[in-house]
Design a binder for this molecule. Structure first.
Ligand SMILES: C[S@@+](CC[C@H](N)C(=O)[O-])C[C@H]1O[C@@H](n2cnc3c(N)ncnc32)[C@H](O)[C@@H]1O
Length: 257
């Protein structure tokens, strides 16, 4: 049996977001778009990882609670942010009373949970009426966006070598899921980032330290080697400096009264 999503994140927690500051950068972009907190404004960040959203949200003045289901992630967050309220918790079973928070955030996690609709309903339960749910997902490639490396095309090409149920993450209809759970969707914004990458090996290592690790673990070893070779060949043919250019969709919705 292949590892579960939580087991993978537990395993990579030690190096997560160390190779390139990808998640912390998207977290910062997300936190910057949150409304100005009211005094005592309470924010829950689910699937918090190392607190990519939780930390900048706290720095903006929110009273933050950060939760994650991977013990390694929570341990690392507690170690790095001793003052932050970090708790081990499944996003599908939030251990908070109804209407506990003004804002709930989820950075690049909703497409990874077993049942995005159930998590969305649980988020609605813990939000006050009118409260904001802001989350990011990979989603479709935005108009006019161009990758600066060939990895995305390789992920598509090699997917046929994965076993059934291999890799992780599943797209879902975010607007429909929000609406069905009792939210009023407000906006979908594509966030974009560009990070310099020192060399091809760094990009390869980056893929091993977050969710894509499972994609590679699930590929047959000879296909994994072939992917790595093709990625390195692709990068050798690219202009310097090498760039990691990526996007994420930010979904914002209010809990209907
Ligand atoms: C791609 S990481 C994103 C972490 C963080 N939000 C960030 O942007 O860096 C996904 C995180 O969601 C967590 N996660 C996955 N499924 C979860 C669930 N059902 N409940 C809580 N956390 C979950 C993982 O342990 C991991 O830390």
């Amino acid at each position: 049996m292949t590892e579960s999503v939580i087991e993978i994140f537990d395993r990579v927690a030690e190096r997560y977001d160390d190779v390139l500051p990808f998640f912390s950068e998207f977290g910062r972009l997300t936190a910057r778009r949150l409304p100005e907190p009211q005094p005592g404004g309470r924010l829950l960040d689910i699937g918090t990882g190392r607190g990519a959203i939780a930390v900048p949200a706290r720095d903006r003045g929110y009273e933050v609670t950060a939760t994650d289901a991977a013990p390694g992630m929570v341990a690392r967050l507690r170690q790095e942010q001793p003052g932050l309220d970090a708790r081990l918790m499944d996003a599908a079973r939030l251990e908070f009373p109804d209407e506990s928070f003004d804002v709930v955030t989820a950075g690049l996690v909703m497409h990874l949970v077993d049942d995005a609709a159930a998590v969305t309903r649980e988020v609605r339960r813990v939000l006050r009426p009118g409260g904001l749910f802001a989350f990011t997902t990979p989603g479709r490639v935005p108009e006019g966006f161009e990758f600066a490396d060939g990895a995305n095309a390789l992920f598509g090409e090699f997917a046929r070598h994965l076993p059934p149920q291999g890799s992780m993450g599943a797209p879902f209809d975010e607007v429909e899921t929000l609406t069905e759970a009792g939210f009023v969707p407000r906006r979908q914004t594509d966030l974009r980032l560009e990070l310099p990458v020192p060399d091809a090996e760094t990009l390869w290592q980056w893929f091993q330290t977050h969710g894509t690790r499972k994609y590679f673990d699930d590929l047959p070893p000879e296909r994994r080697d072939e992917f790595r070779r093709r990625l390195i060949d692709d990068l050798e043919g690219r202009r310097r400096p090498l760039l990691l250019r990526r996007y994420a969709w930010l979904h914002e919705a209010r809990k209907s009264d």
